[in-house]
Design a protein around this ligand. Structure first.
Ligand SMILES: N[C@@H](CCC(=O)N[C@@H](CS)C(=O)NCC(=O)O)C(=O)O
Length: 84
C-alpha cells in the first residue's frame, strides 16, 4: 500500500521463523507478537494488517467515503481474516 501510494517508508524484515516477533524489543511494538506493525513518525504503532491498510488508504480513492462502499471494504477485509 505504501509503495502503491508512494509514501516514503522503510521496510524492516522480521524473521518469524527465527522467533524474532517474540523478542523483548519486538514485544514493545506489538504485545501480540505478530507482524505486520506500522511505526509512525511520532513513534505510535498500528498492528493488524487491515487496520494498517485502512489507516494508509484513508483519504485516497482506495477507501471510499461513501458509507455503503466503505462497509463493503470492511466486509471483504473481515472475510479475509475469518474465512480465507
Ligand atoms: N490478524 C493479523 C494476523 C497477523 C499474523 O498472523 N502474523 C503472523 C505472520 S503471517 C505472525 O506474525 N506470526 C508470528 C508468530 O506466530 O510467532 C493481521 O492480519 O495482521
Amino acid at each position: 500500500m505504501m509503495s502503491y501510494l508512494e509514501v516514503e517508508h522503510e521496510w524492516l524484515h522480521v524473521d518469524i521463523i527465527k522467533g524474532e516477533t517474540h523478542s523483548d524489543k519486538f514485544k514493545k511494538l506489538n504485545t501480540n507478537m505478530r507482524i505486520p506493525v506500522l511505526v509512525l513518525d511520532d513513534g505510535s504503532t498500528l498492528t493488524e494488517s487491515n487496520a494498517i491498510l485502512n489507516y494508509l488508504a484513508d483519504g485516497t480513492a482506495l477507501l471510499p467515503a461513501d458509507r455503503f462502499l466503505r462497509a463493503q471494504v470492511l466486509q471483504w477485509q473481515l472475510f479475509e481474516q475469518y474465512s480465507h
